[in-house]
Ligand binder design. Sequence first.
Ligand code: BG6
Length: 510
Amino acid sequence: MKKTNNQMLVIFGASGDLTARKLIPALFNLYVAKQLPKNFVVLGASRSNLTDEQFRNKVVYQSPYLKAKIEHLKENYIKGFADRLFYEDLGSDYTAEYTSLAKRISTLNVANGTDNNYMFYLSTPPSLYEPIAKNLADVGLNSQEEGWKRVIVEKPFGYSLETAKKLNTGLQQYFKEPQIYRIDHYLGKETVQNLLVTRFSNSIFEPLWNRNYIHHVEITNAESVGVEKRGGYYDKSGALRDMFQNHLMQIVSLVVMEPPIGDQPEEIRNEKVKALKSLRIMKDEKTFFDNTIRAQYVASEINGEKVKGYREEDGVDPNSTTETYAAIKFFVDNWRWEGVPFYVRTAKRMPTKVTEVIIHFKSPHHQIFKDSGVNNKDNKLIIRIQPDEGVLIKFGVKVPGQGFKVERANLDFYYSSLAQTYVMEAYERLLLDAMQGDATLYARADEVEAAWEFVDPILNYWKNGKDVRMYGYAAGVWGPENADELIDDLGFWRNPSSNLADDPGYCVIC
Ligand code: BG6
């Protein structure tokens, strides 16, 4: 097990939702798993006027997100965690100077032996990243002379290529790139990391992982919820910025990348950047028109319940042209993937919540069993990111009896079958990695920019294109019907259910 140094985590925006909903529960899990360093404190900082005690009440004792975890635990044990939390009121403005914050950090550091190692978590709007970084630098809190200093930033990391570059250079004026950790919670998911392991720790997949054997790659990310209470944010973002530019591009890079030389963070990240840079950037109106589809959900009924359309949601402009569904077809211009289409879609208000990667293999070069009925059923490798996490291979088996009738059967693995294994939640894993200085699962500046280079022209086309359309789909269905047209000769997406093996494959019950 890697060593975790004594340290202090300073959370900017600590009175916000993310701290109570994700960060503190993740830290609490690390506390229970005895993964926190011996000397460790959290200093919440934001503009609310709270005392240490009030902060502890808010994010621990009275937190709805910790309720189930703590209700059966002894008071003293919970206190052992809560007493490590402190709070500093930043006054009315994050941009006012940080002398008193620096004093508080120094006092806590001496009192708790955190060895001058500080992690600054910026859970604030991105417009505050640079001012906060500057203010920290002004009081010497970026200097690594005594103890390390790291910054974690949350998405959205930019609104466009230009703004992402500005954010990067803004932060890099005050912190060096290796000190900056850009969080993408999808990289914290075990099943996303398992993409690397599936590919590079098995000798049976990698030889087939190329244009000679793969017909196309399909990635679906579906959510059953709508925009919930985030209409205001979402309407300025949309599916492409909210999910595709970050989480899905990360998944794409892991599918596309070449084998790294080893498992060191920079070796893996170098290959991911190379992969993202090899995506063919769309240029002309026809390519955009033929390869991108955007849509919005409209009012409908789901299980007998009336559901609002996107434009009726709180915080959303009634004439909004923000997409809640995005489907993109693209190619990868490199030796391995030449000519293999990738189909990637993400959307809200789909029939179920599911994320999966499907590798569709080509049909056998020479068809021996011509009348077997199997011609249009390719071999598939389905890597299920969530839920019902696992891996499924669809392959042909002979139907017992005369002749050679072939059916598809399933070969499957489920994470849930590893009953004894504790699976860390995404934030827990990512926080622990950053605390240990491991940036493998964090996005580097050039990675983020490479993803924007691909996404930016699509957003521009959707904003300014002549023939661009916005389709509608009833809340609760698999998007607009014409999205199937994107999938050329195949004509349809695999619409997964909440179980990995939705169709059981070939089986005989009696
Ligand atoms: C977030 C998006 O990054 O990811 C949300 O902003 C989305 O809109 C969420 O709902 C999905 O995450 P998960 O882990 O539930 O798939």
